[in-house]
Design a protein around this ligand. Sequence first.
Ligand code: GLC
Length: 398
Amino acid sequence: MQDIKTKVYELMLTNRRQKGAYQYTLPSPYSYPYQWLWDSCFHAIILSYYNTGDAKKELLSLVAKQFESGMIPHMNYWQEPQKTKFPKIDWGRKNSSSITQPPMLAYATWQIYQKDQDLEFLSNLYGHMKRFYDYLLKERDPRTHHIAGILNPDESGEDDSPRFDQPLNLPPKQTIKQNYKKRLELIKKNRECNFDAPFCMKNFFWVKDVPFNSILVENLKLLSLIAAKLNFDKESKYYHQKTLLIKNAMRKLMLEDGIFWSTYGKDYKKIKVKTWAIFSPLFAKVATEQEAKNLIKNFFLNPDEFYLPFILPTTSKSDPAFDPKGFWRGPIWMSTNWIVFKGLKNYGFTAEAKYLLDSSLKLLEKSGFREQYNPFTGGGYGARNFTWGGLVVDMLEN
Ligand code: GLC
């Protein structure tokens, strides 16, 4: 185990970049040579096991780019790399994108605080977090239904996930080019309305995503704890209250026959595409014990669904969109494994969590730090020297 810990740290150091007083980590130097929001949160979680100072710097560079509205962009272009294949996208601004990503910030902050009890750091980040989560609670929920919307598939962190095929009007079998074209068209429309979230969602892409909201709930819970540590008791209660409201709304609007589905459109039409997202409510304890049991029995442990030679595929084998090589359409990603791992632990599925961790370690051993892995062969795809495999360090400690 010491070996994997050493390798993770070496990778984190190799991918580290400096810009003036700021420090951040590239998910992959050649394929992803900028700073990404949820990646930086993962990096901070990983780095907290080695050096809390570095973990803090990772988050401080992230919040330095916060918008006036409170939104934190999903990409920051701190500096141009010498060589990359990453396409230039017109976000209508120069140094960052204009959309966000799953709000894992409070989680990462709390994790660092657990390691060194640095109240000053909590206090430095609190104002940024408050503005970010308030933005999500207000701008992303214009009808006050207590569920947050995303305005572009990339905001989910799972760019080509089949959960977004229906909203994008794409068939389950598609090429990466077709999908990219649709997402670029959407960005063009978003640019024309200045990424005004309520308008963009209502008119172009009105999706409420299950993992995004599960992550929001868990993070608001931790934000509430952080507020309490800083003696902001009223705000602590407020954020706690919000977790209950979102949980209830998820149960009311997303749940059917024991499964939480992402929705689209004004009337919350359920997108019944079977992806790993059905397990994500366990991360924030949104599902009941019985619902969790059924999910594990019928889907996690089912070889016709998710229990493939390597786990956990991002899309179920039984889904028409399943493609063991498709981008977010079948292969295993380490971030989703980490989220499901935490969820399994929450409900006492210790053996299943261990199996998931073992499978993750096997993938790293077989194919190294890759972006994605084939669930049948364990072969690696996409970016190389990709940081997310480092999340096993956190899984090993929990
Ligand atoms: C891909 C992933 C996204 C990630 C980014 C950088 O776009 O879909 O989740 O943040 O790469 O790693």
